[in-house]
Design a protein around this ligand. Structure first.
Ligand code: 6GU
Length: 227
C-alpha cells in the first residue's frame, strides 16, 4: 500500500487518472490511496489568493509559501512522508526514481502553478523532480506521471506480476518486440522463432532483439550511469 497526498489547485485534473482501469482497481483493492488537497483552502488572504508579485519586481506571479506549508501540516504523519516538489528545475524523473518511490509508504506531491515558487517552498521538500526538459504550466501532469508509474510497480497492481521485470527500461533496455494474432497481417508475418515452441531460443531471440532495439533507438541507455 502506498499513499499519495497531492497538493494541487486542480484536484480534478490529477484525479482523472484514477477513474479508470488499473489504478481504479488498485484503489479498490487497497493497494493504493490518493488524496487531493487544494491548498487554496489554506490561504489566509482575503480572496484566498495563493500567489503574489515577486519582491524586486518583474513579470508574473509567485506562489506563496504559507498556504503550502499549512496544507502539508494538515496531513497526518506529514513529518514521516517523503515530500516531492514538482518543478522543471528538479532532478530528471526516471524508472530508477519510480522504483525508489515504490518503496515508500507515504508520498506528498507538491504541484505548483503560475510562473514560479517562493524559494522558501523548496525547504519543505525532500526532493525536486522534473519529468523532462520542457516547461509545463503546472506540476499536475508530472504528478499524474509519477502516480501512474509508481503505482504499476506496487505488487498486485498489474494483472501479471511477471510483466514488470521485462518492461522497457528494466536493465537499461527497451522491451523486445511482441506479437499476437493474426499470424500474417498484410504480409507482415510473426518471426518464426516465436512459433517454434523452443523457449530457450525464444529467450535468446528476445534478449538479442532487446539489445538491438536499444542500440538503434536509445543508445544513451547503454551508457553507464544512465537510468
Ligand atoms: Cl514537474 N513542472 C513543470 N511546471 N514543468 C515541468 C515539470 C514539472 N517537469 C517538466 N516540465
Amino acid at each position: 500500500m502506498i499513499k499519495f497526498d497531492c497538493l494541487t489547485l486542480f484536484p480534478k485534473m490529477v484525479g482523472s487518472i484514477l477513474s479508470d482501469s488499473i489504478l481504479k482497481r488498485a484503489i479498490e483493492n487497497k493497494l493504493l490511496e490518493v488524496n487531493f488537497i487544494d491548498f487554496r483552502s489554506f490561504s489566509k488572504m482575503k480572496h484566498k489568493n495563493v500567489d503574489d508579485s515577486p519582491y524586486g519586481g518583474g513579470a508574473g506571479m509567485v506562489l506563496m509559501a504559507p498556504p503550502i506549508y499549512e496544507a502539508i501540516h494538515s496531513i497526518n504523519d506529514n513529518d514521516k512522508a517523503f515530500k516531492i516538489l514538482l518543478t522543471p528545475q528538479g532532478e530528471k524523473y526516471t524508472e530508477k526514481t519510480a522504483k525508489m518511490l515504490a518503496s515508500k509508504e507515504h508520498i506528498i506531491l507538491i504541484c505548483g502553478h503560475y510562473e514560479g515558487f517562493d524559494e522558501r517552498i523548496r525547504s519543505f521538500a525532500d526532493m525536486e523532480l522534473s519529468i523532462g526538459d520542457y516547461v509545463l504550466t503546472g506540476g499536475e501532469i508530472a504528478a499524474m506521471a509519477i502516480i501512474d508509474s509508481v503505482s504499476r510497480l506496487i505488487p498486485g497492481v498489474l494483472h501479471n506480476d511477471m510483466s514488470a521485470p521485462t518492461d522497457t527500461f528494466e536493465n537499461n533496455l527497451i522491451e523486445f518486440p511482441q506479437y499476437t494474432k493474426p499470424y500474417d497481417f498484410m504480409g507482415m508475418k510473426v518471426p518464426d522463432v516465436l512459433i517454434s515452441g523452443n523457449h530457450q531460443e525464444i529467450d535468446k531471440w528476445r534478449q538479442a532483439e532487446s539489445l538491438k532495439k536499444t542500440k538503434e533507438k536509445r543508445p544513451d541507455l547503454l551508457k553507464e550511469g544512465n537510468n
